[in-house]
Write a protein that binds this ligand. Sequence first.
Ligand SMILES: Cc1ncc(COP(=O)(O)OP(=O)(O)O)c(N)n1
Ligand SMILES: Cc1nc(C(=O)O)sc1CCOP(=O)(O)O
Length: 449
Amino acid sequence: MWRVAITIAGLDSGGGAGIHADIKTFAAMGVHGATALTCVTAQNTYEVREAQCLSPQLVRAQIMAVWDDMGIDAGKTGMLGTREIIEEVASVVGKLGFPLVVDPVMVAKSGAPLISEDAVDVLKRRLLPVAKVVTPNKPEAEKLTGMKIASVNDAEKAAEFIHKEYGTEIVVVKGGHLEGGEAIDVVYYRGSFHKFSTPRLESRATHGTGCAFSAAIAAGLAKGLDPLEAIKTAKQFIYTAIKYGVAKGKGHWPVNPTAWVEIPAERWRAYEELRAALEAIRKNAALFAKAIPEVQSNLGYVIDPRYAVDVNDVVAVPGRIVNYMGEARPSGPPAFGASSHTARKILALVGKDPNARSAMNIKYSPELVERARALGYKIAVVDRRKEPEEAKKIEGGSMKWVVGEALSQTGGTAPDIIVDLGDWGKEPQITVVGRTPTEVVEKVLRLLS
Ligand SMILES: Cc1ncc(COP(=O)(O)OP(=O)(O)O)c(N)n1
Ligand SMILES: Cc1nc(C(=O)O)sc1CCOP(=O)(O)O
């Protein structure tokens, strides 16, 4: 069943915070997202240039238009701009009664005010009493309580104070601005404290964190999750959104709410692509068997390089592709993290050429190199005897060195094949490179045919 969540918030023209962050979050969390726009800001990752708010009546009309048509299962507020808008939102939410998460946005990361000074009191006295959850960060909690917050203990006192003073049922004081190796959020709920923590990320991608976090809680509530479950999931969600942030802009980069669904989707796509390519090898098993080297072959495929961190993001064949009685056979179904050499080679390749996402090692022979030349393949030849001792000592250093040498011959874009002439105790090999495993398999087939 579809659930509806509404964001009552401002627009950030840079798309990092405000309603953009909220709607991306709603979509990633699987709820239908609706909007009541409060203010328009001309904003990017480093400054707010202009801001203009709509009339309170128009904000109410947007909420009512959604309510009258599909109902609202939960909502959240972000930038509310003026005291009049806050009063109107408090009045309409109080009447409709859907669970509301208030992100008490006061100042943008760039330092610009997002709410007028005289509105903070209205937010405390009118909006917080009708909210189910409020999610202040340290400076916001300090402003709401008048307390200084320097520790988890202080955060607990502030959370309890906000509940008792303003009546919000659940208070989440976020730990992003506190010191320590873990970012600990403190939750006050029904007389008890709960802590949710994730490792602290030293990331530049923090624009929109408060927006996406509160939207994720609202999405959880809209789906009917227990509030603590909704907060716990939102914490994991925002960790992912920061870790895989959008590396764009001159200031604080935008968080990436879609990483939550894009990464699992990418892994599935990569798995399926590799499976299809292995099927093509099976169909030509006798031909491929001739190309299996002593160390055996592997075929790997990395997920979208924006999300690739290490060998666990490369899908390959566990136990490699072997020559079994004259037929090439994958030893098992594809798995992530199944390859070391091929995976490192691919990671080094995509680090320089984002299109070179797949590779397979095959047996070296001068005839195959000649055939590649005849086919017009772009070829790089690497002499492993020249590999410096330092590269050999580093984990995965050799693969990086081979790829670096190869791409220095081809102007920075990946060749079709890298010919590795081997060294003492190192079998010479050919690595066939392509955008997808299917393309790699096709290139190998052409070489062997
Ligand atoms: C339109 C708009 N709404 C909210 C914000 C706040 O976003 P940000 O500055 O990233 O701070 P957090 O709330 O995410 O901590 C904004 N800048 N613009
Ligand atoms: C053992 C070996 N060495 C290679 C090289 O290119 O030097 S390719 C290879 C076989 C594949 O290994 P994996 O399963 O770790 O990808």
